[in-house]
Design a protein around this ligand. Structure first.
Ligand code: TYD
Length: 217
C-alpha cells in the first residue's frame, strides 16, 4: 500500500530524529520504506542542492531560487518518489513543496499563484498523504542556535533581526497552511519529548494506514 509522508519544520526541531524513528517504525510494520530529502535526493538534485546551499551565491534572485528548488523536486518526484509509490511503497520525505510555499511564498513573499503553478508542474500534481510539521517558536529556535554557539550572547544584529522576521513569516505560513488543510497536516509542538512527539506521529499514521487499508478492501 502506497503512502507519501512529508516532514516540515525548522532547524533544531528534531526533524531528523523523528524522520528516522518514523521510517524505522514503518519498516518494522513490514512496509517498503524509502527515505529521501529536499533539496536533493537524486544525483541531479544533489548537484542543484550544492548550488542552492553555496554561501557565495549571494546574488541569487528569489525567482531563480524557487526554480532551482522546483527543478530538484521535479527530478526527485519523477525519478524516485513516483516509481516507489507506484510499486506500493511508503515514501518519507524530509521537506517537500510546502517548504516552497512557506519559505519562498510566505518568507520571501513571492506571488503565491505563480508558486502553485510551478509546483503543480514540477510535482506532476503529486501531494503528500500526510504532512507532519514540527512547530517551534522562532525565538526558541533562535535560542537553540545561540546556545549551540556559545559566542552568541548579546544583541542581535540587523541581519539577525531580518532573519527573525523572515522566520516568523515562515512559521505563520506553515500554521496557516495546516489550518487550511487539517486532514493532511499534523502539527506537533517540537518542545515535547522525543517519545511524545513520536507517539503522536504513530497515532496519526495508524489512523491513516487503517483508513487506507480499508479503502483497499
Ligand atoms: P537543509 O540543510 O536541508 O536543512 P533543514 O531541512 O534541516 O532545515 O536546508 C534546507 C533549507 O532550504 C531550509 O532552510 C529550507 C530551505 N528550503 C526552501 O527555502 N525552499 C524549499 O522549497 C525547500 C525544499 C527548502
Amino acid at each position: 500500500m502506497s503512502l507519501f509522508i512529508t516532514f516540515e519544520g525548522p532547524d533544531g526541531s528534531g526533524k531528523s530524529t523523528q524522520i528516522s524513528l518514523t521510517a524505522q517504525y514503518l519498516q518494522n510494520l513490514g512496509h517498503n520504506v524509502l527515505l529521501t530529502r529536499e533539496p536533493g535526493g537524486s544525483r541531479i538534485g544533489d548537484q542543484i542542492r550544492t548550488v542552492l546551499h553555496d554561501v557565495t551565491n549571494t546574488e541569487m534572485d528569489p525567482r531563480a531560487e524557487v526554480l532551482l528548488y522546483s527543478a530538484s523536486r521535479a527530478q526527485l518526484v519523477a525519478q524516485v518518489i513516483l516509481p516507489h509509490l507506484q510499486a506500493g511503497g511508503v515514501v518519507v520525505c524530509d521537506r517537500y513543496a510546502d517548504s516552497t510555499f512557506a519559505y519562498q511564498g510566505f518568507g520571501r513573499q513571492l506571488d503565491f499563484e505563480a508558486l502553485q503553478l510551478i509546483t503543480a508542474f514540477a510535482t506532476q500534481a503529486l501531494k503528500p498523504d500526510i504532512t507532519i510539521y514540527l512547530d517551534l517558536e522562532v525565538e526558541q529556535g533562535l535560542q537553540r542556535k545561540v546556545s549551540a554557539n556559545s559566542a552568541g550572547k548579546g544583541e542581535l544584529n540587523r541581519m539577525d533581526r531580518l532573519a527573525v522576521d523572515f522566520h516568523r513569516r515562515v512559521r505563520q505560513g506553515y500554521l496557516e497552511m495546516a489550518r487550511a488543510e487539517p486532514e493532511r497536516w499534523l502539527v506537533i509542538n517540537a518542545c515535547d519529548t522525543v517519545d511524545n512527539v513520536q507517539q503522536q506521529i504513530r497515532q496519526r499514521l495508524g489512523m491513516q494506514l487503517g483508513i487506507k487499508s480499508q479503502a483497499a478492501g
